[in-house]
Design a protein around this ligand. Structure first.
Ligand code: HEM
Length: 331
C-alpha cells in the first residue's frame, strides 16, 4: 500500500489496526512540529531526510531467504524475477540545505520493495542505533534543541538533558568516531529495530537488519575539507553511470538476552550469526516526484512473513509521525 495525502485521514487508524501499538507516551504531531522547529521550519520538505535523492533499482533474494521468511520478496528465485524497488537516500534532519559534510548526522536510506501481495518498506540509517528510546524522550530531546528567543537552543538545557539521558548520546558518539561517507552508496545502513521473520512453517526468527554496502568509501578529514557542501547527488550520478550500487541485506540473528525493544541499544553484531537475505541494486536516479508523493512507511507497509517490533514504542510511532509530515509538506 502506498499512502497518499488523500488517505491521511485514515492513516493513524490504519497504523493502529496493523500494529498492536503500546500506548504512545508522546503525541506524534507534537514531535513532528518540533522536528520542523529544530531544523528551521522549512516549507514543503520532510521533517527528516529533507535533502535527498530519489532512486530506482531491484532486489534479488538469496536462494535460501525463504527458509527464514515467507514474504514474497524473499522467494523470487530467478534473477529475471528481481523485485522492483523505489528508494531514496537522504541526510538526517529537516534542513534541505544541510551540508553533506556534516559528521554527527545519519545518512538515510528509504526503500519500497514492490510486490502485488504487499510492498516491503525499510527506512534505515547509517548508524546501528537511534538517538532515543521512547517517544517521550524524543519529545524532550527535541524540546531542548528548539531555538529560544535568540534563535538558538539553550546549551545548558542540552547539556543537562544529555547528562540525565546518557543513551541519547550514543548515536552521535558512534558517528563522530567514524569518517564521513564519501558516497550515499559507500556506507552501511541499519534498520535499528528488531524484526521478526516468519517462514511458511510458522517458525519465527528475531533479527536486526543491515544493508551492507559492496563498495564502502569514506573521506579523510583533509579530503572532506576540499569538498563542496553538496557533492553526494553528483557523486551518485557518476557512480550509477558506471554501474549499479549494491548492498547485501543481512539479518543479524538475535541471541536470547539481546534487547529487542530499545532502539538505542546495539547488539555485538560481530559476535552474532548472520544470514544474507538478498542483494539490492540501485540502478538509476528518479525524479523527486516519484518519492515525494507518499511516505515510505516501515510500520504499515510490510507483507506477511516480516514485521517490526509492535512492542517497541519508537517503531510504532513512526507511522503516524510520517503521515503528519507528509500532510504538512503536501499543503
Ligand atoms: C530507528 C528509528 C528511525 C529511523 C531509522 C528513521 C529514519 C528516517 C529516514 C531515513 C527518513 C527519510 C525518509 C525518506 O527519504 O522519505 C525519515 C523520515 C522521517 N522520520 Fe524517521 N527514523 C526513525 C525514527 C523516527 C521517529 C521515532 C520519528 C518520530 C516520532 C521519526 C520521524 C520522521 C519523520 C516525520 C520523517 C519524514 C517523513 C516524510 O515526510 O515522508 N523518525 N526517518
Amino acid at each position: 500500500m502506498i499512502r497518499s495525502p488523500s488517505l491521511l485521514a485514515s492513516a493513524a487508524v490504519l497504523a493502529t489496526l496493523a500494529t498492536p501499538a503500546p500506548a504512545q507516551d508522546a503525541d506524534p504531531g507534537a514531535i513532528v512540529a518540533l522536528q520542523f522547529a529544530v531544523s528551521g521550519d522549512h516549507k514543503g520538505v520532510r521533517a527528516s531526510g529533507a535533502k535527498g535523492v530519489c532512486l530506482k533499482g531491484s532486489f534479488t533474494p538469496a536462494p535460501d531467504a525463504a527458509s527464514l521468511s515467507k514474504a514474497p520478496q524473499f522467494s523470487k528465485a530467478a534473477p529475471d524475477k528481481a523485485v522492483p524497488v523505489t528508494a531514496r537516500f537522504s541526510m538526517g534532519g529537516g534542513n534541505p540545505k544541510i551540508s553533506d559534510k556534516t559528521k554527527p548526522t545519519t545518512r538515510g536510506f528509504a526503500m519500497r520493495l514492490a510486490d502485488p501481495a504487499g510492498d516491503m518498506t525499510f527506512v534505515v540509517i547509517s548508524a546501528p542505533v537511534f538517538s532515543t528510546r521512547t517517544p517521550a524522550q524524543l519529545l524532550e530531546f527535541l524540546q531542548v534543541r528548539a531555538p529560544g528567543p535568540d534563535g538558538k537552543p539553550d546549551a545548558e538545557k542540552v547539556k543537562a538533558f544529555a547528562a540525565k539521558n546518557p543513551e541519547t548520546g550514543r548515536q552521535a558518539a558512534w558517528l563522530n568516531a567514524r569518517p564521513v561517507p564519501a558516497s550515499f552508496a559507500g556506507t552501511d545502513y541499519w534498520a535499528v529495530h528488531t524484526y521478526t521473520l516468519t517462514n511458511a512453517k510458522g517458525e519465527a526468527t528475531k533479527a536486526k537488519l543491515k544493508f551492507v554496502a559492496a563498495d564502502k568509501a569514506t573521506l579523510s578529514d583533509e579530503e572532506l575539507k576540499a569538498k563542496p557542501d553538496s557533492f553526494y547527488a553528483d557523486e551518485l550520478k557518476e557512480r550509477l553511470a558506471r554501474g549499479p550500487a549494491r548492498f547485501d541485506l543481512v539479518a543479524i540473528l538475535a541471541e536470547p538476552n539481546d534487547p529487542t525493544t530499545d532502539a538505542t541499544a546495539a547488539w555485538p553484531e560481530e559476535e552474532r550469526k548472520t544470514r544474507t537475505l538478498g542483494t539490492l541494486a540501485i540502478t538509476a536516479i528518479e525524479p523527486d516526484a516519484t518519492c515525494d508523493a507518499a511516505t515510505f512507511d516501515p510500520v504499515v507497509d510490510m507483507p506477511e512473513g516480516i514485521a517490526g517490533p509492535a512492542d517497541d514504542p519508537m517503531f510504532a510511532i513512526r507511522s503516524p509521525a510520517y503521515a503528519v509530515s507528509l500532510s504538512r509538506r503536501s499543503n
